[in-house]
Design a protein around this ligand. Structure first.
Ligand SMILES: CC(=O)N[C@H]1[C@@H](OP(=O)(O)OP(=O)(O)OC[C@H]2O[C@@H](n3ccc(=O)[nH]c3=O)[C@H](O)[C@@H]2O)O[C@H](CO)[C@@H](O)[C@@H]1O
Ligand SMILES: C=C(OP(=O)(O)O)C(=O)O
Length: 434
């Protein structure tokens, strides 16, 4: 189990370029299964989750080749469906959440898919009903083998239909869209998720020949086509990494420029950090964060305590809640952090409390942070429970007095490319121990 040893108190300075978006990468890489032609994807982040998915596709017979550091070519012209039944496939695909999105393309193109219960962060119940009900509505049959925890999906024919999703699931919407593009007739998906990840997926599929309209809204219409062709697609910068860097800069009192952020795709993220009192200046497509000696949390207009809560896009992504929470501990003022979507994502605040932060965990979904202004945090030893708590703990450690240790940093490596090397180049002091 690899660990980071972090010497706190180092200021960062300079410029950093965000990696490509993890959650978009997982979708668009699965989409290469929809065509036998070559698909080239640029700006793929070099992170554990994505590399595992690429390796899984390779094992399935997809020809994968790395054209340069972040550009890959994929050609799914000889997919080996028997591999889906092998123990290796079941083990590999069970280890990452993104693998759930191979179902849609496989059912759409080959009428068959198998999937063990997928992995990903243990941050509460993560049901797949939305995926399965949607794909079933298009005509597929589902079987669940309780003993093996294995889903098997088959479809003789897929036919477009109307569906109202029970929740705006991100990967669920992606899966249904990727199934419907090759179904016969028109599919309408209401209450669709519409994160930039999905907007990008739809743009790529349309370039491959799909007919999807309503992109960026929660009402998607898809006119099924017989086949899709190859294309070249570029992944957006990772908005969660950008948010993590904004929080890190403010909390460590560092002056930082985040380059090429695709600002217009960040939605409500910049304004949410502003409500915590953080100044961020848009400079073209960059974000400049000046040195913060202090920052003060806003109140609501009537003077009551601010609440920051997640919501389906264009609301605030739940993946930044942990970072916003840690950043609030060094602000002046109070905020209620409400993680509505996941029920086990706030327990890491115990560690922040050990470090001296003033936080009341009200229940599994809500924590009140009483910002004490800049006050030294105590260094400590901790374990990263999930990817975003991991980065939040790393930010806390960078701000603490002395040496902290974070174990289980695979959880951070799942989503942040070479984070130690990149932050050390800016002045951090992080040592990786394998
Ligand atoms: C690989 C990937 O892309 N992972 C992201 C994806 O996961 P994923 O697609 O698995 O998450 P879902 O969007 O399906 O749902 C996330 C959680 O929110 C709940 N929920 C969802 C929608 C809703 O309207 N109401 C509601 O309560 C669900 O019950 C679930 O507990 O989206 C999540 C929500 O943005 C992100 O945290 C994950 O990083
Ligand atoms: C929860 C996340 O990832 P996953 O869905 O892959 O577990 C995340 O990216 O914050």
């Amino acid at each position: 189990m690899a660990s980071f040893i972090i010497e706190g108190g180092c200021r960062l300075k300079g410029e950093i370029t965000p990696q490509g978006a993890k959650n978009e990468a997982l979708q668009v890489i699965c989409a290469v299964l929809l065509t036998p032609e070559e698909v080239i994807i640029e700006n793929i982040p070099d992170i554990l989750d994505v590399n595992n998915l690429i390796s899984l596709l390779g094992d399935m017979g997809v020809k994968t080749s790395r054209l340069n550091e972040n550009t890959w070519s994929f050609r799914a012209d000889e997919v080996d469906l028997t591999y889906l039944e092998s123990p290796e496939f079941l083990k590999k695909s069970a280890s990452l959440r993104g693998s759930v999105m191979i179902i849609g393309p496989l059912v759409a193109r080959f009428g068959k898919a198998l999937l063990p219960k997928p992995g990903g962060d243990k941050i509460g119940r993560r049901r797949l009903d939305t995926h399965f009900i949607g794909i079933q509505k298009l005509g597929a049959n589902f079987d669940y083998d309780n003993e093996q925890q294995l889903y098997s999906i088959t479809a003789e024919k897929l036919t477009g239909t109307y569906m109202l999703l029970d929740e705006a699931s991100v990967t669920g919407t992606a899966n249904i869209i990727m199934t419907a593009v090759l179904a016969e007739g028109e599919t309408t998906i209401y209450n669709a998720a519409c994160e930039p990840y999905l907007q990008q997926l739809c743009k790529m599929l349309n370039k491959m020949g799909a007919k999807i309209s309503g992109v960026a809204s929660n009402l998607i219409r898809i006119e099924g086509v017989k086949e899709l062709g190859g294309t070249t697609h570029r992944i957006l910068p990772d908005m969660i990494e950008i948010g993590s860097f904004i929080g890190m800069a403010a909390m460590t009192g560092s002056e930082l420029t985040i380059k090429d952020v695709s600002y217009d795709d960040l939605g409500i993220i910049p304004d949410t950090f502003r409500r915590l009192g953080i100044t961020l200046e848009r400079q073209g497509d960059d974000i400049h964060i000046p040195e913060h000696k202090e920052y003060t949390i806003d109140t609501f207009i009537d003077g009551s305590i601010l609440t920051i809560a997640d919501a389906p896009w264009p609301g605030l992504t739940p993946d930044l809640i942990s970072v916003l929470l840690v950043v609030a501990t060094q602000a002046k003022g109070s905020v209620l952090i409400h993680q509505k979507m996941f029920e086990s994502r706030l327990f890491f605040v115990d560690k922040l409390i050990d470090m001296g932060a003033q936080i009341i965990l009200c229940d599994p979904h809500r924590a009140t942070v009483i910002g004490t202004g800049r006050r030294s945090m105590r260094a400590t030893v901790m374990t990263s429970p999930d990817i975003r708590a991991g980065i939040a703990l790393l930010i806390a450690a960078m701000c603490a007095d002395g040496k902290s240790v974070i174990h289980n940093i695979d959880q951070i490596d799942r989503g942040y490319q070479n984070i130690d090397v990149r932050l050390n180049q800016l002045g951090a002091n992080i040592l990786r121990m394998n």
